[in-house]
Design a protein around this ligand. Structure first.
Ligand SMILES: C[S@@+](CC[C@H](N)C(=O)[O-])C[C@H]1O[C@@H](n2cnc3c(N)ncnc32)[C@H](O)[C@@H]1O
Length: 225
């Protein structure tokens, strides 16, 4: 069994055109000696300008993707090659992380890396960049035999029970939101076989992702023993 983990609708994008001339963005770009079109949208720096954006509450949090990737790629299950991670962005760009890749532990290095991939649309042996919506990602790339989305709007189920279902499949996929607030769009909900709530309140994506991987890991390792 190989688990695919999709960090979906991630709040990861280059600064959109409509706010590139705003003082918050121009000053940040100047300080970093970058073109405003080639830096990541970041609420902690561009908050004042972001209020003009559609669904601004769901955007500008690249740190969520960074922390979720680190918490998954540091697990034994990932290190043994049994987890594949995809970052799907709200702009329908997919970053496919090669198996067993060690990502930068520094946020600033991670930010530079992602900015380069997104602005050039370029791939390398560690990260493959493609324009795909979530349906295309699942149908053409992952081809899962079961897709579980995680959300506080789902039916209540323990992660232990969900993990039991996942390990019973050959190519299961878990979808976790890579955004700070709000819920999955209709397009994402439409590709899920199940929507599951694992706790009564909203938890950070990196906590949910690492716990999900750990529950699968425990079962697989028990099965190996
Ligand atoms: C910060 S949350 C987004 C907040 C969103 N309002 C929510 O309630 O799910 C980021 C992601 O973590 C996952 N998540 C957070 N809390 C969860 C829970 N209690 N049950 C299932 N998934 C959860 C979901 O995939 C969610 O999209």
């Amino acid at each position: 069994m190989k688990l695919s983990l999709v960090i979906a609708e991630s709040a990861l994008e280059l600064v959109p055109e409509e706010i590139r001339l705003s003082p918050a963005v121009v000053n940040d770009a100047k300080r970093r000696e970058r073109d405003p079109s080639k830096i990541l949208l970041d609420r902690s720096l561009h908050h004042a300008a972001m209020v003009r954006l559609k669904e601004d509450y769901k955007r500008g949090r690249p740190d969520i993707v960074f922390m979720t990737l680190l918490s998954v790629t540091g697990t034994p299950l990932y290190e043994e090659g049994s987890v594949k991670v995809y970052v799907h962005t709200r702009g329908d760009v997919v970053l496919e992380i090669a198996e067993r890749t060690r990502l930068p532990k520094s946020y600033f290095r991670f930010r530079n890396l992602v900015e380069k991939h997104l602005s050039e649309g370029s791939s390398n042996e560690l990260i493959r960049v493609r324009e795909l919506n979530i349906r295309e990602l699942l149908r053409k790339v992952i081809k899962p035999d079961f897709v579980a989305g995680l959300s506080t709007q789902g039916k209540s189920e323990t992660l232990e029970d969900l993990a039991e279902t996942l390990v019973g499949r050959t190519n299961p996929c878990v979808v976790i939101g890579g955004f700070p607030h709000g819920h999955f769009s209709a397009g994402t909900l439409a590709v899920l076989d199940e929507l599951v709530r694992i706790h009564s309140r909203a938890l950070d994506a990196h906590v949910v992702a690492s716990r999900a991987v750990y529950e699968v890991e425990k079962r697989l390792m028990r099965a190996d023993a």
